[in-house]
Design a protein around this ligand. Structure first.
Ligand SMILES: Nc1ncnc2c1ncn2[C@@H]1O[C@H](COP(=O)(O)OP(=O)(O)OP(=O)(O)O)[C@@H](O)[C@H]1O
Length: 481
């Protein structure tokens, strides 16, 4: 079917289709959209909606879930397939998360629950309009937004897996559906989340990454939802939470598996109701935030074990993306190595060193348990050690190229030795000032523990005798990425 191009004239009326069998709701929606400058056609049944869609082109369709002659889901599916340039949103009954998730899976870009909150509805309409001028999700989409191509190129890799991931991201960016990003540590999950944000219609609004494992449990509610002055001891002023900080944009919940059960319930509520209640406040504040989440853990297994709420998993996992480990896409190594070395050289004002073929060969055979982040660390270290002659395999100091791995007991005593300040000569340290010296000891111990535990932070923290959160804090403080 050929779809007429949308009128390029800026002052041509923008048309929306409102589908609901309740007259009052239709009128409310038409009034609200009318105040936003949209002209509306209305349909009270699936049959009428189909007829209108055949004749006209719409910048947006809002449909109720239950229609007299069928389900709104059917309409969502048809619009996504036949009129892909029309964003469609579903109106669902309050608290009916199955319907909301079903609509998103069927291709709706968003949903709004009844009773319709007009502020939420206005936000949704604005987002829908930013999706135009219409371009089908798919191959044409990257050409539409100039920022998209630029950002997509940051997610490097020539493998088929990365090409497929980039193509999926372009489609996913158009939707408002929650995306769950699975993959090992250091594989690029946060970069994927940023790319979705940057390519989507929320790009101009904030991208707020949150490490769920780094917030102390007792502060979580206030961090996420904010608080009112006087809500608890120490609440000296009103504080905006992370949801409100991400207003209009994206909240990226990294390490979501670390959320305590009590917080999982509250998070689910905020996501479903699209509103938050700051600690100490009497009223809810509507929020318009897209939720992306990630963890390196097997979330489905945690759900099975009863350690992660099934309903929250179901809600955040409308679209699941898997970022493959680096060892499954070794073709990406040359382009990644090239980009990382160029970045290091530019940052340090040095010439980009040559990577000798023996070094590339060694990288090609290495398993990269810490994925791209580990590759970055390896190259950074090699870059520091390399002379004008370039980087050779020995400069990489790959764990597997070292002498036979020590036993666990030997590893433990080696870690303990690294922690023993008496074995480190402060005169050999880059900084002989006490804070710098202590930091250096910490850095060495942490780096060693990470290598010993194949970049598994939970195990590294256990080896170091500190909590996972404390390790995350120290990694951030010491700038160990
Ligand atoms: N495909 C890629 N192209 C370019 N850089 C990448 C790619 N994948 C990862 N990186 C880089 O590797 C580093 C680690 O990536 P990122 O922080 O996104 O990983 P992660 O999976 O979120 O890690 P963690 O599980 O530890 O939170 C970052 O510096 C990121 O820019």
């Amino acid at each position: 079917m050929s779809i007429p191009a949308r009128s390029p004239q800026a002052n041509a009326p923008i048309c929306a289709l409102v589908v609901d069998d309740e007259r009052d709701i239709r009128e409310l929606l038409v009034l609200t959209l009318g105040r936003m400058g949209l002209k509306c056609d209305t349909a009270s049944s699936l049959h009428d909606a189909r007829a209108l869609l055949k004749r006209n082109q719409y910048a947006l369709c809002l449909t109720d879930m239950r229609l007299s002659d069928g389900s709104g889901i059917e309409l969502v599916q048809e619009i996504s397939q036949l009129y892909a340039q029309t964003p469609v949103a579903m109106i669902t009954a309050f608290g009916n998360q199955e319907a909301a998730v079903g609509a998103l899976k069927a291709g709706a870009f968003d949903f709004v629950s009844k009773p319709v909150d007009l502020a939420v509805l206005r936000g949704l309409v604005q987002h829908a309009l930013k999706l135009g001028p219409a371009a089908p999700a798919g191959e044409d989409a990257p050409k539409r937004a100039p920022v998209a191509g630029a950002v997509a190129s940051r997610l490097l890799g020539q493998s088929a897996a990365m090409a497929e991931l980039r193509a999926t991201l372009t489609k996913v960016a158009r939707s408002q559906a929650p995306v769950y990003i699975a993959g090992e540590s250091g594989v690029g999950k946060e970069l994927v989340a940023r790319t979705i944000h940057d390519q989507g219609m929320r790009a101009a609004a904030p991208f707020v990454p949150v490490n769920c494992g780094a917030i102390p449990t007792e502060l979580m509610e206030s961090e996420f939802f904010g608080h009112r002055k006087g809500a608890f001891t120490g609440a000296h002023a009103d504080k905006t939470g992370l949801f409100q900080a991400a207003e209009g944009g994206t909240l990226f919940l990294d390490e979501i598996a670390e959320l305590p059960m009590s917080m999982q319930v509250k998070l689910l509520r905020a996501i479903q109701e699209k509103s938050v209640r700051p600690v100490g406040a009497n009223t809810e504040v509507p929020v318009d935030v897209r939720i992306l989440s990630a963890t390196h853990k097997d979330l489905a297994a945690l759900v099975e074990e009863g350690r992660f709420r099934h309903d929250l998993y179901y809600r955040i996992n409308v679209i699941e993306l898997r970022v493959p480990p680096l060892r499954e896409r070794r073709e990406d190594l040359p382009v990644l190595v090239d980009a990382i070395l160029t970045r290091l050289a530019t940052a340090q004002g040095r010439l980009r060193p040559e990577l000798h073929s023996d070094a590339m060969e060694a990288l090609a055979h290495y398993t990269f348990p810490g994925n791209v982040r580990e590759l970055e660390n390896i190259l950074e270290r090699a870059f520091a050690l390399a002379d004008d002659d370039g980087i050779r395999a020995a400069d990489l100091r790959l764990p597997e190229a070292r002498p036979a791995p020590p036993s666990l007991a030997a590893q433990a005593s080696a870690a303990a030795a690294t922690l023993d300040p008496s074995l480190i000569d402060p005169r050999e340290s880059a900084s002989s000032a006490l804070p710098g010296f202590i930091e250096e000891i910490e850095r060495k111990a942490i780096e060693q523990a990470l290598v010993d535990n194949r970049y598994n932070k939970t195990k590294a923290a256990a080896q170091l005798g500190i909590t996972f959160r404390a390790l995350r804090y120290k990694l951030k403080k010491l700038g160990i990425d």
